[in-house]
Design a protein around this ligand. Structure first.
Ligand SMILES: [Zn+2]
Length: 404
């Protein structure tokens, strides 16, 4: 069993310091490099699927969250307001939806603009009790892969199906193996906005998107504004978490008075589909560290290759090789101190995918010997060919260390 907190510390991925506060982890250079690669991939996946990316601030006026309904239904999970001057209060946001509703409302919209897909890798905050915080799986500062797809009612079904497809692609590239699909429904109580008709309509839409797919139903797990499809994962301690989600919301478009001009010239309300392909970077990496036992696929490994000069005469050529490969876009380190065996063992502990060994013969011939994570060695090859091999694996976002 792997604990991401222990392994995350050993691999230098993230750091928790009581001085900074519980549930407020710091991403160290190795963790930040891996996260950066993942964020870049997701942004590109979304861009190609027609998403437009925005930036919005992680805090806003109290009135924004009154309007969105968060203060009526979600206040227990929010941090207390910061009083500025007079009755002006700012709050850390619990979700990105209020800002994205304002992006929609920033100008007039026509049916030709829909579906309008507004995406952001953005910060949101939850006032979790300190007792439940741990490593990256439950935090107070959350970096969410989020988007809100504004569409006409008759577009919702296809939109949900497309999002399910994107989720599948992202999971395959990252090596996420979902534990199951869940339809999260309303439970008893007053914690939900809207009328029965609205909930039934949203449920029907999600059920039709799930037709033919294995799933469970979870009453009481809906968002306060609508039902959702949750994709669940299980961690090494056998706890279940939601990693990806698709939610249908008829309520926020009402609250923010969102509209578009339809083909007949009449104003209509859009539907808001909230979706996250891979959830928060924190929870995603808590899972990925455990699922891969720290041995990430090469494309998001913090360091993709370490150059190992066999003797002191090869240190200079090794430095040059490292510089060339960094220029070519790879993340490369150099390990020159200590015996070769000790260096190889150290690299194995950090789960580096490739070691590039440079002996006297290789240096003279402009070659390098690649040693793959797991111990397999390839015969010496010209340095540019070795670089091309690694680049090809990275570009394909392959889980294997050799090109297909
Ligand atoms: Zn949302």
């Amino acid at each position: 069993m792997v604990d991401h907190r222990k392994l995350g510390r050993e691999l230098g991925l993230f750091h928790s310091d009581p001085l900074a506060g519980a549930g407020l982890p710091i991403w160290l250079p190795a963790g930040a490099a891996a996260r950066h690669a993942v964020e870049e991939y997701v942004r590109e996946l979304e861009r190609r699927a027609g998403y437009e990316h925005v930036y919005s601030p992680p805090l806003g006026r109290r009135e924004l969250f009154e309007r969105s309904g968060h203060l009526d239904y979600f206040a227990a999970d929010m941090f207390p307001p910061m009083r500025m001057s007079g009755d002006d209060e700012l709050m850390l946001r619990p979700a990105l939806c209020p800002h994205h509703a304002l992006v929609y409302a920033a100008r007039g919209r026509s049916y030709r603009d829909l579906p309008l897909r507004i995406a952001e890798q953005g910060g949101q905050y939850r006032a979790e009790r300190s007792g439940v915080l741990g490593g990256l799986s439950r935090v107070r500062a959350i970096s969410l892969n989020d988007a809100h797809n504004f569409c006409a009612l008759d577009q919702v079904r296809e939109e949900v199906a497309e999002v399910l497809g994107l989720i599948r692609s992202a999971h395959a590239a990252l090596g996420v193996r979902p534990a199951g699909l869940r339809l999260s429904l309303r439970g008893p109580g007053e914690r939900y906005v809207g009328d029965d008709h609205m909930w039934e309509r949203a449920e029907d839409l999600l059920r039709s998107a799930l037709a033919g797919l294995d799933h469970t139903e979870a009453p009481g797990e809906a968002a306060f504004y609508g039902p959702k499809i949750d994709i669940q994962i299980r961690d090494d301690a056998d706890r279940e978490w939601t990693i990806s989600t698709i939610q249908i919301d008829f309520d926020k478009p009402e609250r923010f008075d969102l509209s578009y001009t339809d083909a007949d010239g009449r104003p209509r309300r859009p539907v808001m589909v909230h979706r996250s392909l891979v959830g928060s970077m924190e929870r995603l990496f808590a899972y990925l560290i455990e699922a891969h036992a720290g041995a990430f696929p090469a494309w998001y490994a913090p360091v993709q290759a370490v150059v190992l000069p066999v003797g002191p005469d090869q240190v200079e050529p090794a430095r040059r090789l490292r510089r060339d490969w960094i220029e070519a876009g790879l993340r490369v380190d150099l390990a020159a101190d200590g015996s070769l065996g000790a260096r190889i063992r150290r690299c194995a502990q950090t789960r580096v995918p490739y070691l590039a060994v440079l002996g006297e013969r290789e240096a003279a011939a402009g070659e390098v010997s690649l040693r793959l994570r797991g111990g397999r060695s390839l015969p010496p090859m010209p340095a540019p060919a070795a670089r091309a091999l690694i680049s090809a694996v990275v570009a394909a976002r392959s889980a294997d260390l050799l090109p297909a």
